[in-house]
Design a protein around this ligand. Structure first.
Ligand SMILES: Nc1nc2c(c(=O)[nH]1)N[C@H]1C(S)=C(S)[C@@H](COP(=O)(O)OP(=O)(O)OC[C@H]3O[C@@H](n4cnc5c(N)ncnc54)[C@H](O)[C@@H]3O)O[C@H]1N2
Ligand code: MOO
Ligand SMILES: [Mg+2]
Length: 401
């Protein structure tokens, strides 16, 4: 048995290299939230597509309102979605609604509040200048404009713009497909009373959610017992359709390390990384498929996901920034950390109250409830073993992109 530890950065690079860039696919615009645009998006129609009214009111010639009040016959009614049948003649008005095309011959819209609201004849009480309340064709986007660059992350506003320009689908890097598999003969599902030695399975639920939060697709396989044959039987039919196999449990030094037993000598390397939690790790390629094997302790599994797997998935999706945002914060309480290991302590960070971070729970990697009330990881470098209250530390924010 060797005590040589793998550096966090080295294991991270190993995992990152396993999941290649996802292929580019055409995806319906409505399904593209959180994906990365793979090619520049160039407008093929102008936005707005035609001159239209910014107000409910009357399309007029500004010159006809030189002296107000003035009465103008209302010749047409133009709701949104329809064009006027004839140009506007001098000395007349068309009733017009917001978004409706401004008729040829009109150069302004007077809002209904400045009139008596007449439908046959309208009395206009205030003048307008030419161009008033008219939204010009291409005011927002001209044909041929590159509106979104390849590499941009698609959020609601970007999808809205693409839809407004008439795009039904967009070229994006597809979501990585991840098979999440939790191992352990002690694991059971909800709704059954626990027999001695059993626990409710939680890593699978947590890791599948983490995959989805990262933008991936997760298929969840829970309750795979510590039995190598059953482990292989569980993954065999699914391997061909996934980009990453993500397991939890069965990788440390015990007698029933199913994941280690199933993969040792078969393309997956097992190691101990210089971090806490998340020491025992494995990564490699099995039958051509990327594999990351996370330790079973719940906090270890989740922290390892954050440190190693999430950045790899984000990179595969084409994001240029794959790391969570970090912040500088002051510790509200002292913490200790094992020598020679980067420690990721769970913390509650409050930017509003003087950028203070409060360590939550202890270092134990079974303390799931502390993880559930934390919003950041406090990163304590390898060489540091003690940090006093008030020390400035780097925190990794768990809810940002
Ligand atoms: N002799 C040594 N023992 C251990 C070492 C070591 O270096 N030498 N490392 C410890 C560390 S650190 C960790 S982390 C764990 C990792 O163990 P495994 O990956 O083999 O995980 P298991 O033994 O299967 O489980 C550990 C722990 O987590 C619970 N667990 C597992 N899966 C789930 C799940 N899906 N949902 C909820 N809880 C789960 C399991 O019941 C155990 O309590 O090894 C240490 N031991
Ligand atoms: O490294 Mo283990 O992940 O400390 O509990
Ligand atoms: Mg074990």
């Amino acid at each position: 048995m060797s005590d040589t530890l793998t550096r966090v950065a080295d294991h991270k690079a190993h995992v990152a290299g396993l999941v290649g860039a996802m292929p580019v696919v055409e995806s319906p615009v409505a399904d593209c939230l959180g994906l990365v645009l793979a090619e520049d998006l160039v407008a093929t129609v102008p936005l707005p597509p035609f001159d239209n009214s910014a107000m409910d009111g009357y399309a007029v010639r500004a010159a006809d309102l030189a002296s107000v009040p003035v009465r103008l016959p209302v010749v047409e009614d133009i709701p949104a979605g329809r064009a006027a049948s004839a140009p506007l003649a001098a000395g007349t008005a068309h009733r017009i609604m917001t978004g409706a095309p401004v008729p040829v011959g009109a150069d302004a819209v007077v809002q209904v509040e400045w009139t008596d609201g007449g439908t046959a004849v309208v009395r206009v009480d205030r003048p307008v200048v030419a161009g008033q309340n008219v939204r010009r064709m291409a005011d927002d986007v001209a044909v041929g404009t590159t509106v979104l660059r390849a590499g941009v992350a698609l959020g609601p506003a970007q999808l809205g713009l693409a839809a407004a320009l008439g795009f039904g689908s967009l070229p994006v890097r597809r979501r990585p497909r991840v098979l999440v598999l939790s191992t352990g003969s002690e694991l059971v599902g909800p709704g059954v009373p626990l027999e001695p030695g059993q626990i409710y399975e939680s890593n699978g639920v947590m890791l599948a959610a983490a995959v989805r939060e990262a933008g991936g697709e997760a298929e969840l396989l829970r309750f795979v017992p510590d039995d190598v044959e059953r482990f292989h039987a569980a993954i065999a039919p699914r391997l061909a359709s996934v980009d990453l196999l993500l397991t939890s449990g069965g990788v440390s030094a015990g007698a029933y390390e199913v994941v280690k037993d199933a993969f040792t000598g078969r393309g997956v390397e097992f190691t101990k990384v210089a971090m806490q939690p998340g020491g025992p790790q494995g990564a490699g390629r099995y039958q051509g498929v990327a594999v990351a094997t996370l330790p079973g302790n719940p906090v270890s599994a989740q922290v390892s996901f954050e440190v190693f797997v999430r950045p790899a998935l984000r990179a595969a999706m084409g994001f240029s920034r794959v790391e969570r945002p970090t912040a500088a914060a002051r510790l509200s309480a002292p913490i200790t950390s094992p020598a020679g290991r980067t420690q990721f302590r769970r913390g509650a960070y409050d930017p509003a109250s003087g950028r203070v971070v409060t360590p939550v729970g202890g270092p134990g990697s079974h303390l799931l409830s502390a993880l559930a009330v934390s919003n950041c990881l406090i990163e304590v470098p390898e060489e540091v073993t003690e940090l006093a209250a008030g020390t400035e530390v780097a925190v990794r924010l768990l809810h940002g992109e």
